[in-house]
Design a protein around this ligand. Structure first.
Ligand code: NI
Length: 321
């Protein structure tokens, strides 16, 4: 997997092609009017994933929660201008209000993901209700996007337990950089925190339902670039790591385990009696699995109560974030 940024670099010059997008839309309309037979591959199918090996490239995943909303298309324009892809953890109840935004997300290569139907704390619900929250949202996204089925779920507030994990039945994505954008609604602050705390393998949490957050994104993208970080979707971030597992939470992609210090195994290998398999005798058992922290990151880097999903706010009456 030596491919580096194959897609990302090649498309830099396409920034700001709103006109060509409308031209494509108009062209699709004309094709329908002319009664042409559908082609084997729909002309507006989502682009495939890019070949980015985030085991070698310094990647960071930008994620946007709780939308889509009235500022989501502005965000899509910003991402397009920077040739950046992001992941949208959407609420099913919002999807039907902004189907064009959801469709654009899919067509422009972003990752569409599930954030429940109505943002409840899933641990307070029955398993059947949790499943309903997830599945209704899957269906809404599939419908609005033209057939994309999300593969990832972010539980509201990061609140899960073993039972909820089982009911969700999808890999769960938390975060490692919390901008607290929902709390401060301060563009300059969001820009500063996101760029400063961004790190290789990290997952940055924003909320695209806030105008102040969307306004921060161009500066954030610029700052990430200056730090040598490539913005990717969550699935791209993990594409060359071990496959994500249902019911397991991921907060960031851990760097590869450092090389093991030299150990005096070579001399003993040749004299050891063949009581063990060759592989177990040549390598210490610790190589069977990376350090536990990098194997299955199950907690965000920050305490959950400090998470961007945060506690339901009370001071300003905003019970969501
Ligand atoms: Ni949320």
């Amino acid at each position: 997997m030596a491919a580096l940024l194959t897609g990302a670099v090649g498309l830099t010059a396409v920034a700001g092609c709103g006109d060509s997008r409308s031209e494509r839309a108009a062209a699709r309309g004309r094709a329908v009017v002319a009664g042409q037979q559908p082609r084997a591959k729909a002309p507006d199918a989502p682009p495939g994933p890019r070949s980015i090996d985030c085991g070698k490239v310094a990647c960071v995943a930008l994620t946007f929660d709780d939308g889509p909303g009235p500022y989501t298309e502005t965000l899509l324009n910003e991402l397009h201008a920077a040739n950046a892809r992001a992941t949208f953890f959407m609420l099913g109840e919002n999807v039907g209000h902004f189907p064009n935004a959801v469709h654009r997300m899919a067509m422009e290569g972003h990752e569409l993901a599930n954030h429940s139907w109505s943002h409840p704390q899933l641990t307070t619900m029955s398993s059947a209700d949790v499943r309903s929250q997830v599945q209704r949202t899957q269906e809404a996204i599939r419908k609005a996007s033209g057939g994309v089925t999300p593969k990832l779920m972010r539980p509201p507030y990061g609140a899960v337990n073993k039972r909820v994990n089982s009911a969700i039945g999808m890999p769960e994505v938390l975060w490692s950089v919390d901008t607290l954008d929902w709390k401060y609604r301060d563009t300059a602050r969001a820009e500063k925190v996101a760029v400063k705390e961004a790190h290789r393998g990290g997952i940055i949490l924003f909320h695209d339902i806030h105008k102040t957050s969307v306004a921060a994104v161009p500066t954030v993208l610029d700052g990430l670039k200056k730090k040598g970080l490539t913005p990717v979707t969550v699935s791209e971030l993990y594409s060359t790591d071990k496959p994500l597992q249902a019911g397991v939470a991921y907060a960031e992609r851990m760097p590869p385990a450092p090389p093991k210090p030299a150990e005096p195994v070579a001399p003993t290998r040749t004299v050891r009696p063949p009581s063990k398999s060759p592989t177990s005798s040549t390598r210490p058992s610790s190589t069977a699995k990376p350090p536990s922290k990098s194997a299955t990151p199950t907690q965000p880097a920050q305490p959950r109560e400090a998470g961007g999903e945060g506690q339901p706010a009370t001071a300003d009456g905003d019970t969501r974030h």
